[in-house]
Design a protein around this ligand. Structure first.
Ligand code: FAD
Length: 370
């Protein structure tokens, strides 16, 4: 029970994010941005914080905006839900996988392996379980095909080899086959044993979840290690450095606030040899270095799981949901929340916020007598 909460946020459970303006918050959802705007006016991040704090769970906001329990343990959140369920006398049945959902004479009939249940209203919050999506298809709902989101990029390239753990601010864009791009992001970029990760990459994996799946995770990216500088502006800076540091070795004196080993690898890629001094650099070498610093092209060949958080893009088509109640427009009395819907977010606590918002609004609607 609450398995995902347990493993979430590297075992610390990133419950929500310190973004308190609804239309700013909704920008973090590649799927669901438009639909969540209304619901966020009813229940969002501040309400989540208040809810937990009222239950005696102090939270803390980290520098990057992620919010965790002060205890740094997801067990605190699990205990809180279990205690709350007990207080409200909610019966929790484990090992009861739902096999069938039918609507009989305005009643929802749900069958598990061992029992059949019946009720006027039914709430489905089964996450990304494909079996439940199949059941929902038989009830007439459309399912947007699921694809993974929040992953890191596999890259085998000498420029980032042997640099795991090096992190820097950069901007990254995905290059489509014709060289154009509409997928761009910027932020911390982390070099790993397998390629590139960090917020800049995870954002691209979320916004490009469907497009990158379609190309089987084989594509090129362009990295600007010195955003907002351009190739031209960096070339001018390099010419100035050449005059300033005439007799100094490029390899031994990293410039432009780049991590030393990354700077050295980019020098090698620009064919600037190890003991070369600034005075000995040619126009062509400096042009190439400016290009490496602002337009490094990398070939991505596959993806890896980001262990702290991942999510599935896809699910029930949002056109079929009334977001004032999180109720099906096809079947009265059928409610949904969380990842079962075609909603997902970038990393940072936004995915849980989607689940809390939907859960709160659906529960209110279920509790009203209409
Ligand atoms: C490793 C990892 C770390 C994460 N960390 C974070 C984080 O820190 N912050 C964040 O915002 N998001 C995080 N996420 C994403 C977040 O966990 C999900 O978005 C969220 O759990 C979705 O909630 P849900 O209720 O929709 O689905 P789930 O949490 O997946 O819950 C679905 C429930 O339905 C039950 N169920 C499924 N099928 C059936 C069936 N047929 N019959 C009966 N029961 C069924 C399951 O057993 C489960 O209890 C993380 C995800 C992963 C995988």
């Amino acid at each position: 029970m609450l398995t995902k909460v347990r493993i979430s946020g590297g075992g610390r459970c990133n419950v929500t994010h310190a973004e308190f303006i609804p239309n700013q918050l909704s920008l973090n959802y590649p799927r669901g941005e438009k639909e969540l705007l209304g619901p966020f006016h009813t229940f969002m991040t501040g309400d989540t914080m208040q809810w937990f704090e009222k239950k005696g769970i102090p939270l803390k906001i980290e520098e990057d905006g992620r919010i965790f329990p002060e205890s740094n343990s997801s067990q605190t959140i699990i205990n809180c839900f279990i205690k709350e369920a007990k207080r409200l006398k909610i019966e929790v049945l484990k090992q009861h996988p739902v096999k069938e959902i039918k609507n009989e004479k305005n009643n929802w009939v749900v069958s598990t392996e061992n029992k059949t249940f019946s009720s006027k209203k039914l709430m489905i919050a089964t996450g990304s379980n494909p079996k439940v999506w199949s059941l929902l298809k038989t009830l007439g709902h459309s399912i947007i095909p699921p694809v993974p989101s929040l992953f890191t990029f596999n890259i085998n390239d000498s420029r980032i080899k042997d640099l795991p753990g090096v992190s820097t601010l950069a901007s990254v864009s995905v290059l489509l086959k014709d060289g154009t791009t509409n997928l761009k992001s910027e932020g911390p970029l982390l070099i790993t044993h397998w390629g590139l990760s960090g917020p800049a990459i995870l954002k691209l994996s979320a916004w490009g979840a469907v497009d990158l799946f379609d190309v089987n995770y084989q594509f090129r990216i362009k990295v600007n290690w010195l955003k907002p500088e351009t190739k031209e502006s960096v070339f001018e800076i390099l010419k100035e450095l050449k005059h300033k540091y005439i007799k100094k070795s490029l390899h031994k004196n990293p410039q432009l606030e780049l991590p030393k080993r990354l700077w050295q690898n980019l020098l090698v890629a620009s064919k600037i040899y190890e003991n070369q001094k600034w005075a000995e650099t040619t126009h062509v070498q400096l042009k190439e270095l400016a290009s490496q610093l602002t337009q490094s092209i990398f070939h991505v060949q596959g993806k890896s799981t980001f262990k702290e958080e991942f999510v599935t893009a896809g699910g029930i088509d949002l056109k079929e949901i009334n977001f004032k109640r999180y109720e099906s427009k096809i079947h009265k009395g059928l409610f949904f929340a969380g990842e079962v819907l075609n909603i997902d977010a970038i990393t940072g606590g936004f995915n849980f916020q989607n689940a809390w918002t939907g859960g709160f609004i659906a529960a209110k609607a279920i509790a009203t007598n209409d």
